[in-house]
Design a protein around this ligand. Structure first.
Ligand code: NAP
Length: 330
């Protein structure tokens, strides 16, 4: 007992003094919410401009491209790149520039006064400027088959995935401008495009409707919805049901493009910044929201282009605007 105690004392004398747990850094020049192409690009530009920058990644680090297979339309990759690989490269590049990145979820923000506050479940962060890059999610049909075959025949982006289905029959679900635009675009590749719409009237603008009606490759399935998407490794056939008669038919197609709208990830910002009636952030000047010091980039405000490369472009613009704002504020 004695010897053990003495030994313990000797050991203690040689030990380093106990280290206090390092206090987590919570104050930054710029805080970016969201880690898709817009968020990472904003991080790269802010860090290179010398700002102490933090990205809080949110629930889907990497954004929508994490659920994508091959990306052929992001410049710089001759043979294309897998979506998740592209996002890993962006993350590594952003880190190398000096941006701190944490995989945590923002639960609340307070933009009423400076410094701007961003809260996760465990920390309260402060920043001089905030860039919102939380993106948007395509609205889902809610079918099990849709979930099972996402990226394996089920897609939410015709521009991204259309070229994979050359000379095949393609299904597009929806009756708005997106669905009609995507269906028309897809006729460049498809042998036939089947538009499946739940009503007997399209919501799309007249000019888009007319263009689709005049296109010989497009067939309409009115008053119809998808009741199942089935296959083995990828989509093989889709069952569509007439909602008026209950009659079902099978379309043998390996591609289902769901184009029933998007939902911007802006619930957090309700009552803090101006949103339009569909929840998209309203910008008053390029990337500036109605709150001083709060900027937005990417699909969270852009309902038109919705591409990785345009989101990255908006991230760059937001960072340059933040630089201008912080230089003028200081
Ligand atoms: P949208 O206008 O909201 O249309 C969504 C379509 O999907 C509607 O036809 C809707 O049917 C259908 N739908 C919604 N939920 C569904 C469900 N659970 N199952 C089956 N069908 C469902 O969305 P959007 O087409 O993405 O357009 C969004 C906005 O962007 C619009 O303001 C649009 O004008 C604009 N936009 C413009 C262009 C352009 O001008 N080039 C291109 C794309 C988008 P119902 O009709 O029965 O409601």
């Amino acid at each position: 007992m004695m010897a053990a105690d003495a030994g313990a004392t000797v050991l203690k004398d040689k030990e380093e003094p106990p280290k206090m747990p390092e206090k987590k850094k919570t104050k930054f020049d710029v805080l970016i919410i969201g880690a898709g192409p817009a968020g990472y690009t904003a991080g790269i530009y802010c860090s290179r401009a010398g700002y102490d920058t933090l990205i809080i990644s949110g629930i889907l680090p990497g954004g929508q491209l994490i659920n994508t297979t091959e990306v052929e339309n992001y410049p710089g990759f001759e043979s294309g790149i897998m979506g998740p690989d592209l996002m890993i490269e962006m993350k590594k590049q952003t880190r190398r520039m000096g941006t701190s990145i944490i995989d945590d979820e923002v639960v609340a923000v307070d933009f009423r006064q400076k410094p701007l506050k961003v809260l996760t479940s465990s920390e309260e962060y402060e920043a001089k400027a905030v860039i919102i890059a939380t993106g948007a999610n395509p609205r889902k049909l809610g079918l099990q088959g849709e979930q099972n075959f996402a990226g394996k025949g089920v897609s939410y982006c015709a521009t991204c995935d259309g070229p994979f289905f050359k000379n095949q029959e393609i299904i597009v679900v929806g009756g708005g401008d997106s669905a009609i635009e995507e269906a028309t675009f897809l006729t460049k590749f498809a042998s036939t495009v089947h538009i499946v719409h739940r009503r007997d009237k399209l919501r799309a603008s007249m000019i888009m409707q007319q263009r689709a009606m005049d296109n010989e490759k497009i067939r309409f399935h009115w008053d119809s919805e998808i009741s199942d998407i089935v296959g083995d490794q990828k989509v093989q056939q889709t069952i569509i049901k007439n909602v008026k008669t209950g009659q079902e038919k099978i379309l043998k197609s390996g591609a289902v493009f769901v184009a029933i709208g998007h939902e911007p990830n802006t619930k957090l910002f309700q009552n803090q910044i101006d949103l339009d009636d569909e929840g998209y952030i309203i910008l008053k000047n390029k990337t500036q929201t109605n709150k001083s010091g709060v900027f937005a980039a990417g699909d969270v405000h852009d309902r038109t282009y919705r591409q990785a490369v345009t989101a990255a472009g908006y991230g760059c613009m937001a960072a340059i605007d933040v630089d201008k704002y912080l230089t003028e504020e200081a």
